[in-house]
Design a protein around this ligand. Structure first.
Ligand SMILES: Cc1cc2nc3c(=O)[nH]c(=O)nc-3n(C[C@H](O)[C@H](O)[C@H](O)COP(=O)(O)O)c2cc1C
Length: 312
């Protein structure tokens, strides 16, 4: 056993993360403060559920369907209490955990994104927000959503608009539902993104063979969980290859410490954990313990050493 405990965290985009592990946006519901409290020792930061300017009620039920062994489909439709409520109530509750809080926001236009960023910045609780994550990629809303995030121009403009008013790091969360995620990532960086988050859910659908109808009311939904892990690694690898200086938060199908190691080696600096939390909300503890054990066994002093190490 090494005398010194290996470091699980590092500084990314100027923010000190005590662990590479964060939750993926939407992975915890409204009672997230209670759920996250026992995990504050092993998580490096918190990402809020995406908020919009006004509260959203979300889509019709069913909103989630489990796909045994491979993940789930969700069509929540960005149900959220709205930016004002989030700033007033959620941000201070999350900040009490003592971890960096990343506010996830979604909007229909660059101007709306910028207005949200300004509102967050000027709010009394604004200083509690360490960074923004722009959800450019929700597949489950009628307006904006995935289409916004699939054009280089709109992504570049959104990032420009936000980074010109928000002085802290801004991460762009990318959709995998595009033909070339690297060009979209490049546009986000040109617009001033301090980092990229890859990936949001993959578009998917499922049919109820008894009813002979789609299971989800909107037919298509967001596919997440173990089945999308290779899609995420493909995205992380290529983003890292083209933009080696830009930090990546890897997300998509992570269920255990081995998955985290794969993501880091592919080029992620931080790793978000989503769908598995619905089944095992305490999974962060187990993953962190296994990562510690791996580092000790392999003589790794800091997980940061592994970021991108699989690249030639
Ligand atoms: C129920 C559910 C709700 C989600 N809500 C959001 C959201 O509000 N904003 C967002 O950017 N991503 C959202 N996501 C996507 C996740 O943050 C993540 O990108 C995706 O699920 C892939 O990671 P995973 O396989 O670990 O879940 C949601 C995913 C699920 C399953």
């Amino acid at each position: 056993m090494s005398a010194i405990a290996p470091k699980l965290g590092h500084t990314v985009a100027g923010i000190e993360f005590s662990s590479v592990l964060l939750n993926a946006s939407g992975a915890f519901n409204a009672s997230l403060f209670n759920e996250l409290y026992p995990l504050k020792e092993v998580m490096g930061g918190i990402v809020t559920k995406t908020v919009t300017t006004e509260p959203l009620a979300g889509n019709l039920q069913p909103r989630t369907v489990e796909l045994p062994g491979i993940g789930m489909l969700n069509s929540i439709g960005l149900q959220n209490p709205g930016l004002a409520y989030s700033l007033e109530k959620d941000i201070p509750a999350l900040k009490a955990l003592g971890l960096p809080v990343i506010l996830s926001i979604s909007a229909h236009s660059s101007a709306e994104f910028a207005k949200m960023a300004e509102t967050a910045l000027s709010h009394a609780n604004g200083p509690m927000i360490e960074a923004l994550e722009l959800n450019l990629s929700c597949p489950n809303v009628e307006k904006g959503g995935v289409h916004f995030g699939s054009a280089q121009d709109s992504v570049r403009e959104a990032l420009k608009a936000v980074t010109s008013v928000f002085p802290k790091p801004v991460f762009a969360k990318l959709t995998p539902n595009v033909s070339d995620i690297v060009s979209i990532g490049g546009a986000a960086i040109e617009g001033g993104a301090a980092g990229l988050t890859a990936i949001n859910t993959v578009l998917g659908a499922t049919i109820d063979i008894k009813k002979r109808k789609p299971v989800m009311p909107r037919v298509s939904a967001g596919y997440s969980g173990p089945g999308i892990k290779p899609v995420a690694i493909h995205a992380i690898w290529n983003l890292r290859k083209h933009f080696p200086e830009t930090p990546i938060m890897g997300v998509g199908g992570v269920s255990n410490a081995e998955d985290v190691l794969e993501f880091l080696m592919a080029g992620a600096s931080l790793v978000q954990v989503g769908t598995i939390c619905f089944r095992q909300p305490m999974i962060f503890k187990k993953i962190a313990e296994s990562l510690q054990a791996y580092c000790v066994a392999e003589g790794v002093a800091s997980l940061a050493e592994l970021c991108g190490c699989a690249h030639p």
